[in-house]
Design a protein around this ligand. Structure first.
Ligand code: FES
Length: 93
């Protein structure tokens, strides 16, 4: 199992989810997303450590900075450390 660390203070194991976005949602974290298909860029984060594999090709118009990935288009190849611009919070119901 691959460990996912977010912002240095949230850690969980990647399960059988299709994408990092799905895995983060399964932890009930309030990640931003919209298209789930590599178009809008709202699910992006910085890949601080580790490697991901691409499961969908991001649309070329979606702006990605250096070391940025789209969580809807990626899944881990090993342990990952991710950083989000807006700190993820646990959703409360
Ligand atoms: S949700 Fe739109 S690019 Fe990931």
């Amino acid at each position: 199992m691959h460990k996912i660390n977010i912002d240095g203070d949230i850690e969980f194991e990647y399960g059988m989810e299709f994408s990092l976005l799905d895995s983060i949602e399964a932890q009930q974290l309030d990640i931003d997303y919209n298209c789930r298909a590599g178009f809008c860029g709202s699910c992006k984060c910085e890949l601080v450590n580790g490697e991901v594999e691409s499961i969908q090709t991001p649309n070329p118009v979606c702006p990605l900075g250096e070391n940025e990935i789209l969580t809807c288009c990626s899944r881990p190849k090993g342990d990952l450390e991710l950083r989000f611009k807006n700190k993820l919070q646990q959703m409360t119901w």
